[in-house]
Design a protein around this ligand. Structure first.
Ligand code: AMP
Length: 431
């Protein structure tokens, strides 16, 4: 039997999970502050939704989908990204009838059959947001400012914001023509994929990974030079808002999303602290997507950030959540579970249960350790108090309570307000 996780997947264990949970907690806080509500969609969707929503010519749809048939022959796909599912939910639940824009955020796994390498997995996790129902450039800027604020709170300090505008169905045909004209002399030298892109979708030649295609497309005109009045105004406003937010950005001609329903603003945030997979997040405006998915014409904008990428920078730079203390109480039972002594253990477990029900974090020994070893374990866990019960205490109906920080010890009657006594000493936060 294989005792390895499937290729491109990994486990998160205590020791790492604290950082993960911190990332999620901070993200929820930031999203909430910016007025976004959480959405959870199914992990699988109808394959057709993803094919239409993400686009048949994208790498995701053409190469990276986990698509399968269920027992009734439905063609289903493990979600490779969240925008199409969120747009589907927006339509299915008539969210367009609510006050617009509808601002949603998500946190969860996505699946792509990619070649795994550092920072690239087959099951990875994304957090992101979508604002649907408004064409306001303030939302484009918010989709950049919001995750940057999240990174700032986590302590990430270095990133590069790349920005571009790819126009709209009004101005893009002229740009496409200009691009084809500029590339026509080199058509035969392009990679086979780009040769088909030339007719279908020449914008995508700009983000081809092949070095040769990169070189050949170096001098082509930029989409920004072809923007119609509306797109140019919109882009100028996005830039002005980013500047008003004090965010520096770099214009990048190569940043494209070569699909008709992606419009106007596109952006990416990269980190110099990541290796070859340097993209922390990507996003943009998609004013044609809701319609593509069968809804009324509705503008939208969003971003998706890779959680593993943020984790990797945090790990590299030693960015850790504020240290949490150990348990409030470690219940030490002297006598263990040997025959005749179970009464002590039972009393200890009942107390442990009571402490936990009162909202305290409480631990005990499960390895039948000696009294000394149990106290050592309590110390190792940085427990604040050790509550000790032995046969003597049982007989007197008392407990010994040891303050592990001060080293002092007191004996208290079992029927006293033990919990109140502890709560008082660890401060008001646990009341
Ligand atoms: P995309 O949906 O391709 O624009 O990706 C958005 C973000 O998700 C990227 O900037 C990465 O941070 C992250 N991401 C995408 N694919 C993967 C992957 N296979 N493994 C880890 N992170 C990924």
């Amino acid at each position: 039997m294989q005792v390895k996780a499937p290729r491109g997947t990994y486990d998160l264990l205590p020791g790492q999970i604290e950082r993960w949970q911190w990332l999620i907690a901070q993200a929820r806080e930031v999203f909430t502050q910016y007025g976004y509500g959480e959405i959870i969609t199914p992990i699988f969707e109808h394959a057709e939704l993803i094919e239409r929503g993400v686009g048949e010519t994208t790498d995701i749809v053409s190469k990276q989908m986990y698509t399968f048939s269920d027992k009734s022959g439905r063609r289903l796909t493990l979600r490779p990204e969240w925008t199409a599912p969120v747009v589907r939910a927006y339509l299915e639940h008539n969210l367009h009838a609510r006050p617009q824009p509808v601002k949603l955020y998500y946190i969860g796994p996505s699946f792509r059959y990619e070649r795994p390498q550092a920072g690239r997995y087959r099951q990875f996790h994304q957090l992101g947001a979508e604002a649907i129902g408004s064409a306001d450039p303030a939302l484009d800027a918010e989709m950049i400012a919001m995750p940057i604020e999240l990174y700032r709170r986590l302590g990430l300090s270095r990133f590069v914001i790349l920005l571009n505008s790819i126009g709209c169905p009004v101005c893009r045909p002229a740009y496409r023509q200009a691009l084809r004209a500029a590339l026509a002399p080199h058509l035969e030298e392009l990679c086979p994929v780009c040769r088909t892109r030339y007719d279908l979708n020449p914008l995508r030649i700009l983000d081809c990974k092949s070095e040769k295609c990169h070189e050949l497309s170096a001098g082509v005109p930029a989409s920004r030079e072809f923007l119609c009045r509306e797109c140019a105004d919109h882009f100028a406003q996005v830039q002005a808002i980013l500047e008003a937010f004090g965010l520096e950005y770099r214009l990048d001609d190569r940043l494209v999303r070569g699909l008709d329903y992606y419009t106007k603003t596109v952006f990416e945030v990269t980190s110099p602290d990541l290796g070859s997979q340097s993209s922390l997040l990507g996003g943009g405006r998609y004013d044609g997507l809701v319609e593509e998915c069968g809804g009324p014409p509705t503008p939208g904008v969003g971003f998706a950030a890779g959680m593993e990428r943020a984790m990797s920078v945090m790990e590299e730079q030693g960015l850790n959540p504020p240290v949490k203390g150990g348990p409030d109480v470690f219940v030490v039972t002297a006598g263990g579970s040997r025959a005749g002594e179970y009464g002590v253990r039972l009393r200890g477990l009942a107390l442990l249960n009571e402490l936990r029900r009162a909202g305290l974090t409480a631990e005990t020994d499960y390895m039948n350790r000696s009294l000394k070893a149990q106290l050592k374990a309590a110390g190792r866990l940085s427990s604040r108090f050790a509550l000790i019960i032995g046969s003597e205490e049982m007989a007197k109906n008392t407990v010994q309570i040891k303050d592990m920080q001060q080293g002092t010890q007191e004996e208290l009657p079992l029927d006293s307000d033990l919990i109140g006594w502890i709560q008082q000493r660890i401060g008001g936060s646990k009341q």
